[in-house]
Design a protein around this ligand. Structure first.
Ligand code: GDP
Length: 195
């Protein structure tokens, strides 16, 4: 994918702030620190557009990035941040569930998992919601450079098993360090917005 334009649009805290131009949306979910910002930066080939590790306590905003006047990447707040209160956690859940349930332009959800670790309870819950609302989902196993290539298969199997993943969902090995998986992920995104 040739990136001609990439721009931060808004941190939306309320649905009325979501863009209204009906461009397809690709959303990203994952625990805090999993590498979502790095993944966005790698996808759009910008060093710092999505700020890495930005304000992990902000549980209630969706960050919108517009790419090539063609799609929005929608970054969910990272979950699992220890210092977040129960109320904030509940607000997070409500906001995300509502978005997934009602957001018509949502074409594909990326669930970003650290390849080294078993998916958390919140990863599993997120995946269940996605399946429940029949959202096309792609599991992205990132930080692949952190384990030897010989272990990739085993870890991917572990992640799929733990999520009870639908065999139809694609799984992409990714590394924001090396760029592994970048083209494959763009292909999956391009296909998702074409259907
Ligand atoms: P976020 O909180 O999910 O947005 O996570 P960040 O993108 O800020 O990444 C958290 C930390 O993991 C940072 O120190 C990144 O440099 C590092 N990181 C993210 N992705 C990768 C990756 O693919 N490989 C390696 N080695 N480090 C990564």
């Amino acid at each position: 994918m040739k990136i001609t334009q990439a721009q931060f649009i808004i941190s939306a805290v309320q649905p009325h702030q979501y863009p209204e131009d009906a461009l397809p949306e690709i959303a990203l979910a994952g625990r805090s620190n999993v590498g979502k910002s790095s993944l966005i930066n790698k996808l759009i080939l910008r060093k710092n557009l999505a700020r890495t590790s930005s304000q992990p306590g902000k549980t209630q905003q969706l960050n919108y990035y517009r790419v090539n006047e063609m799609i929005y990447l929608v970054d969910f707040p990272g979950y699992g941040y220890a210092k977040v209160s129960k109320t904030q956690r509940e607000q997070f859940g409500e906001m995300i569930e509502k978005y997934i349930r009602d957001r018509e332009p949502l074409k594909l959800q990326l669930l970003v998992i650290d390849i080294r670790h078993e998916p958390s309870a919140q990863d599993k819950l997120m995946y269940k919601w996605l399946k429940h609302y029949e959202i096309p989902t792609c599991i992205v196993a990132t930080k692949a450079d952190k384990i030897p290539r010989s272990k990739w298969d085993k870890h991917i199997k572990m992640i799929k098993k733990s999520l009870e993943a639908d065999p139809r969902d694609s799984v992409v090995l990714f590394s924001s360090e090396t760029g592994l998986g970048r083209e494959q992920l763009w292909d999956i995104i391009t296909e998702a917005i074409a259907t």
